[in-house]
Design a protein. Structure first.
Lengths: 195, 195
DNA sequence: GGGCACATTTGACATATGTCAAATAAAAAC
DNA sequence: GTTTTTATTTGACATATGTCAAATGTGCCC
């Protein structure tokens, strides 16, 4: 497939439906030799504070939580569901020690690929190059959205936005973690929900 | 120069010092035919709400402010200084109408390049491909940092963090805009500063 | 099914931050 | 230099959210 196969703009909007299944398929066929399937039990760690993250992870089953510890309190930064790419971006890209953890909230099945292998493949394979670009662009758009949401929305607005955008969060994630993810206390979240 | 010239991790940390001058040089030589130099007067707009952003901008001189309007109030999301790349990422990548403005706070000189031209060059030129990757990665790291900062830091902590990281902001940007950028009211910022 | 751990809600109060209005201070215009 | 505009500070008070403690609810283990 040529590098011009995609119109990036269109693809990002639907990357969950198209790019991710394509990537999964590539991982399971052409790239088979570069990936390992790993299993996690509930509460196992994928990444720990102080470690350098060397892998990209592709979540097949289960839910993971990204968090770090500030003044003894866990700050939840993200959740990874099936078909999400999990990684500590900063640690991976800068090859710095991670300041956070990625922990399994449920039993998980995950493909992992060494970042160095991925980079090599990418240099030879324009399609993989483009897939990465689309995924990273999608991540930037998501981060901007979350950032501006934190900057000017009230706690209640952020909660309702999350409900609309990620209704599955509520069914599968304890409120303590959701509160932390939204940047509010558990009690405030509970009161918002009471209305 | 081959695509393996860079070790991405190292380069991101110093991209302001190395990658940006290199990019500027490329723009002024090899890519000369693809760029235009534009001048803005104070308060001119580079991007307006409702327009689709078709260009990447490279700031040569001057300062710009990115903001959008929510319920009649301006929310400042970013500032662009010389040697920054300015663009509305979401609008550019998704080819959607921009929800925000980019406005000159001072007279500006700026190179612009059509995103479509850039994409073509990039497909032929591994170095440009890599430069883009480094710049986008740097942007992701910055966004994550800002997001987590908004999520758990107090207004005072965010202000002091900004002071440390971007001391030039304070010298050149009115406090109203800094307050909005930090997600706090002008009065609160003033009180934080009073201490 | 009773008991235990964990999750969620509720209440009372503390604190951070916002809002509105006015007072200064600083900058720009004339 | 004086006036006018804009930026910043300050005060008084309102509101949102946090904190601590206790009560209630829920699922799980034996």
């Amino acid at each position: 497939m040529s590098p011009d196969t995609f119109n990036t703009s269109k693809e990002i909007l639907s990357y969950k439906d198209k790019i991710i299944p394509m990537l999964k398929n590539l991982l399971e066929t052409e790239m088979k030799e570069y990936i390992q399937l790993i299993s996690l039990k509930k509460n196992d760690f994928l990444v720990r504070e102080g470690e350098v993250c060397h892998y990209y992870y592709f979540v097949l089953e289960g839910i993971l939580r990204n968090y770090y510890i500030k003044d003894g309190t866990e700050i939840t930064t993200n959740f990874d569901f099936p078909n999400d790419i999990a990684a500590n971006f900063t640690s991976l890209v800068l090859q710095q020690k991670s300041i956070g953890y990625i922990q399994a909230m449920t039993p998980c099945k995950i493909y992992r690929m060494k970042a160095s292998d991925f980079d090599e493949i990418k240099a030879q394979n324009p399609l993989m190059q483009q897939i990465k670009e689309i995924l990273v662009s999608g991540y930037v758009i998501l981060l901007e959205e979350r950032l501006y949401s934190m900057q000017f929305r009230t706690a209640a607005e952020r909660y309702h936005f999350m409900l609309e955008r990620y209704p599955h969060f509520l069914q599968q994630i304890p409120l303590t973690y959701i509160a932390s993810y939204l940047g509010i206390s558990l009690e405030t979240l509970s009161r918002i929900r009471a209305k």
